[in-house]
Ligand binder design. Structure first.
Ligand SMILES: NC(=O)c1ccc[n+]([C@@H]2O[C@H](COP(=O)([O-])OP(=O)(O)OC[C@H]3O[C@@H](n4cnc5c(N)ncnc54)[C@H](OP(=O)(O)O)[C@@H]3O)[C@@H](O)[C@H]2O)c1
Length: 215
């Protein structure tokens, strides 16, 4: 599968690209700046020599990918996809955005964003298939390529076709246990748990995630 990352140069996009690139997908690194995507390609190739990976701008990443991960600051994600509506038509778009702020030594969810980022995106990308996921899987864990993941992957989706393509993709990565949490509007709930994890990480100097017991 051709998997694009917008952006593929930041912490989360690059780590996801590495993890999916380990599993025989073709990886497209998107950046606003082609030189930046090319240097990320070189960086990832220095870790995974035989990976199939290419650098592009956002437009070409969206156009040439079957699936696109959005790993952007929440403040720019809506405007960025507005410009990519045509290229993202009919494609699976996996949104990882968390509207989080850090003030006075504390992480919190931005109270000025009343609904979930992924739900807002689904109202813009009406011809794409949106899944909201990966919020609680940190780049630190994804980057440990010598360790198999052992993570519950909480996801939110509105319709079955998007879900089945998403699950097919997730099944290619060992150690990700997908857990369906409901429709896109409910991903507001997970957006509030990420600041919780980051405050814990800060207190213990660790990388934490969420495990659901009882299933
Ligand atoms: N880091 C994690 O562990 C983690 C985990 C789960 C979810 N997430 C979510 O993933 C998203 C990205 O987080 P991140 O930690 O990867 O952030 P980051 O390291 O700051 O990277 C963000 C990327 O977004 C692009 N970008 C586009 N417009 C931008 C602008 N105006 N200002 C800054 N960057 C801009 C940049 O790529 P180009 O310059 O190449 O275009 C940049 O590399 C966030 O919504 C975050 O909540 C992160």
């Amino acid at each position: 599968m051709n998997i694009g990352f917008i952006s593929g140069t930041g912490n989360e996009g690059k780590a996801l690209a590495l993890r999916f690139g380990m599993n025989e997908h073709t990886i497209l690194i998107g950046s606003r700046n082609k030189d930046k995507s090319d240097s990320t390609v070189v960086e990832i190739k220095s870790i995974l020599n035989d990976i199939n990976i290419h650098g592009f701008n956002y437009q070409d990443t969206a156009k040439n990918s079957d699936v696109i991960f959005l790993a952007l600051p929440y403040t720019v994600v809506e405007n960025t996809v507005l410009d990519l509506k045509e290229e993202l038509k009919g494609k699976l778009v996996i949104d990882t955005s968390v509207p989080m702020i850090f003030q006075k030594g504390k992480f919190t969810r931005d109270p000025n964003i009343p609904s979930s980022v992924s739900e807002n995106l689904s109202n813009i990308l009406i011809n794409s298939m949106i899944v909201s996921s990966f919020h609680t899987i940190s780049h630190t864990d994804l980057n440990k390529i010598d360790h198999e993941l052992d993570h519950d992957l909480l996801y939110f989706v509105n319709e079955e076709n998007s879900e089945s393509i998403f699950l097919e993709l997730i099944n290619t990565v060992k150690g990700l246990n997908p857990i369906k949490c409901g429709t896109l509007d409910l991903s507001l709930l997970i957006e509030s748990q990420v600041p919780l994890l980051l405050n814990i990480n800060k207190n213990y100097n660790k990388s934490t995630s969420l495990k659901i017991k009882g299933l």
